[in-house]
Design a binder for this molecule. Structure first.
Ligand code: GLP
Length: 240
């Protein structure tokens, strides 16, 4: 793991921007794995600015998102489909055909899981952006998820639902399930870039970096990845 410590959220987003630009300069038709949550929003804002200033184009870029809630219509404002449109896709020159998120049609979930996993097996992600849950989850791979797990339907931990309740009217409105890439899918990426900011992530980062590689802390699997970069701000790095 290559750990880069920076001052704060803004510096984390800027450093991440440099790495994404480097990737796109090396390969303009890169395949990016994208994450949701508050952590990558600053990076997405910077990518939009870089695009508007004509430093980068997404014309030939393909994207695969990590996960999607089950039980929310795709057009619900808090679906990850809406989140990605709002925070990135509608501001850049990416082709709609190159954007991929798991479908979450309640009537055909098993087919949706299989279809997404098949797509992931046919595509290699060049650069996978990740956040981390306070319980150590990556994507929505909650503690206890086997490292061999591929795309699946996950029951969300109470802790995860509490953490994400800030986006909803109440905890009861937070979905109880999601479709997520599995740890095996994530680990296939050529380069993983995990971002973390804030004191509430310090313990999860400590266990990820220095703890045993164990399914009780899913992000610890990244110790086994040959090319993983972690950008942490001072608060998130405070226990390292
Ligand atoms: C969410 C997402 C993760 C994300 C994590 C942290 O539930 N499924 O991909 O990394 O939780 O979110 P945040 O960046 O808002 O702290």
């Amino acid at each position: 793991m290559n750990i880069i410590k920076v001052k704060n959220y803004e510096a984390m987003s800027k450093k991440a921007l440099e790495l994404v630009i480097h990737q796109l300069n090396m390969k303009k038709d890169s395949t990016l794995g994208l994450a949701t949550g508050s952590t990558p929003v600053g990076l997405y804002q910077q990518l939009i600015v870089a695009h508007k200033n004509r430093y980068i184009s997404f014309k030939d870029v393909k994207t695969f998102n990590l996960d999607e809630y089950i039980g929310l219509d795709r057009n619900h404002p808090e679906s990850y489909f809406s989140f990605m449109n709002r925070h990135l896709f509608e501001h850049i020159d990416i082709s709609e055909d190159n954007i991929h998120l798991p479908n979450n049609d309640i009537n055909r979930l098993e087919e949706d899981v299989k279809a997404y996993n098949d797509l992931l097996s046919k595509n290699t992600i060049d650069l996978q952006i990740l956040g981390i849950g306070t319980n150590g989850h990556i994507g929505f791979n909650e503690p206890g998820t086997p490292f061999e797990q591929e795309t699946f339907i996950v029951d969300l931990d109470m802790k995860t639902r509490e953490d994400n309740a800030r986006f909803f009217d109440s905890i009861d409105s937070v979905p109880k399930q999601a479709i997520t890439m599995g740890i095996k899918n994530i680990m296939k990426a050529n380069h993983i870039l995990l971002l973390a900011s804030g004191a509430n992530k310090a313990e999860a980062i400590k266990k990820m970096v220095d703890g045993p590689v164990d399914i009780t802390h899913p992000a610890s699997v990244l110790q086994l990845h040959p090319n993983c970069t972690v950008i942490v701000d001072e608060a998130a790095a405070s226990q390292l």
